[in-house]
Design a protein around this ligand. Structure first.
Ligand SMILES: C[S@@+](CC[C@H](N)C(=O)[O-])C[C@H]1O[C@@H](n2cnc3c(N)ncnc32)[C@H](O)[C@@H]1O
Length: 268
């Protein structure tokens, strides 16, 4: 009997994020974590959940602010890095969970704050992920997340990956989470005082080719796309050329600068 398509997609996600070394990419998501945790108003004593924690940059930042923190991710290899990183920061009391944004293993109303930085956007059923995140949040608690807008570099690169290697039918693009109108519609009346702002992620690079090679070596979704095109050299070359062409637009003075979106809202 074949696996159900959603379970199969998640099993592939788990493998994808194990490829390369996302920890080296997380150097660039670390400043975003500082922004997200401040934007969500995390303070000492709050209970905080970080969904799609990866190597733990948001979870550890919230812990440094004095919160009681739980980090959850689909990918055990990244959780192992998160634990090691927390120990380096001097915190062995963060609770790390292997788990799925679409089936959070916590009772209703468990947390004061639920965060996700470029994490829950990769869960295939967006409505299920957001209802789970709101379910485990206390009424009056804060939900806040960072996502990639579709018209910025990473959103456009994800669309490019999907053009060359289409996702399975029924899987919605993660960059829908980067559209404020769609997010507003998804959260609906479950939240109040929704607010959005943007920040800029900066990645040093000497040339588009340097950045493209870095992504292909370190970051699962790009490694996956290159692997999928391995037996089709013409498409592989066309994909690489289009990636580099896009990067040219954002590379100035040896820095690639592109915007991310932050959203926060209070559970009604
Ligand atoms: C781009 S990384 C972001 C990691 C980290 N939050 C950061 O900002 O550096 C995406 C993360 O989402 C996780 N992820 C993907 N699908 C998930 C799901 N359904 N449930 C939980 N985590 C998921 C991946 O394993 C990966 O660690």
């Amino acid at each position: 009997m074949s696996m159900d398509p959603i379970a199969e997609f998640k099993s592939r996600q788990r493998e994808t994020w194990t490829l390369g070394n996302f920890g080296e990419m997380a150097v660039f998501t670390t400043p975003v974590a500082g922004h997200l945790v401040r934007y969500a108003g995390v303070t000492g004593g709050q209970t905080v959940l970080d969904v799609g924690t990866g190597t733990g940059v948001v979870a550890i930042t919230a812990r440094i602010k004095g919160a009681r923190v739980t980090g959850l991710d689909l990918t055990p290899a990244l959780l192992a890095q998160a634990k090691e990183s927390a120990t380096i920061a001097g915190y062995d009391d963060i609770v790390w969970h292997e788990g799925d944004a679409e089936a959070l293993p916590f009772p209703d109303a468990s947390f004061d704050v639920v965060l996700s930085q470029f994490g829950h956007m990769f869960a295939p059923r967006h409505d299920v992920a957001v209802s789970e995140m709101l379910r485990v949040l206390k009424p009056g608690g804060m939900i806040a997340f960072a996502t990639w807008p579709g018209e910025q570099l990473i959103g456009r690169m994800f669309d490019l990956n999907a053009k060359y290697v289409p996702p399975p039918p029924g899987i919605v693009s993660p960059v829908h989470w980067g559209d404020v109108a769609i997010v507003r519609q998804r959260m609906g009346d479950s939240v109040k005082r929704m607010h959005a702002e943007r920040g800029i992620m900066a990645i040093p690079a000497l040339s588009p080719r340097h950045l493209r090679l870095f992504l292909e070596a370190k970051t699962g979704p790009f490694i996956r796309t290159a692997q999928a095109l391995q037996n089709d050299p013409a498409s592989l070359e066309a994909w690489r050329n289009e990636m580099e062409e896009l990067m040219h637009e954002y590379l100035h003075d040896n820095v690639v600068r592109h915007e991310y979106l932050l959203i926060r809202a209070i559970k009604a």
